[in-house]
Design a protein around this ligand. Sequence first.
Ligand code: PMV
Length: 304
Amino acid sequence: MLTVSAPGKLMLLGEHAVVYGYPCLVTAVSERLEVSIEEKEAPGIEIVAPQVKDTRFVDAAITAVKKRIKFLEEKGLKITTRSPFSGVYGFGSSSAVTVATLFGLFKFFGREISRRELFDLAFKTVLDVQRVGSGFDVAAAIYGGTILYGKGGQPLEEVELSTKDVTLVVGYSGVKSNTVAIVNEVAKKRKEYPERVERIFKAIADFVGKARKSIADEDWVSLGKFMNFNQDYLRDLGVSTEKLEALIYAAKGAGALGAKLSGAGGGDCMIALVGKNSINDVEAAIVSAGGEVVRVAVNESGVS
Ligand code: PMV
């Protein structure tokens, strides 16, 4: 039996703008999705995915590999997925399962695939299923660490994010967001008000560039400020919610250096940049405001 795993992700800055070609910053998290592959006697492929609500991404990954590895047809295979994290948090279980299935099948059949080829194939596979997306989650699942990412992998640069003095506190809003629906809403808004929305994206992209420098300089006060500015623009874009705002406000009130929603918005999680001394206070404030603290480590390694 062969087992591979790929990490989930958290968007640090740049969501939505990244769909339109601007860069974002994303970090891989310690919640990993596992895929095991083993031979079985009867031909055909059996998928066992107890925690996944549908197997579309696994199915699409198998279809993609079948086009490249001919003898897959004759094998009897059992593919089992395991996820310690719930799909509700928005940590990117769809992209992680796609990456892990593709990588696992290539390894299982003794085929080499470079990270770049794997990225192109996985991004295409995810788009085949859900049509929209920048691929930032696919890149995090493959490369791991923290990366500056642009749609389609242009740019794709590893960023050293030190967690010596700061950490990310993650608060779940209790509402599962629908990424595809929100991305489509933003697309509609952009069509109706192109200049206004483009201005928002440009401002977000500017904060991404500045945040990248703050990370390199380990200037956490500035990074927090840019996260806050990013959140102001996301609110302006109409993707924040009252609940997310309440958690963000609570985190900042308890000493977070900066806080924002992470991902499409409309629910899922918020993140707060927190100095090591304030972790307990910020976590308690998020819980008091009705959120659920989800403990994850950042900078996790990519698919392996
Ligand atoms: O909702 P999530 O966590 O999958 O994040 C979506 C981020 C977007 O920028 C809105 C879409 C994308 O694919 O980049």
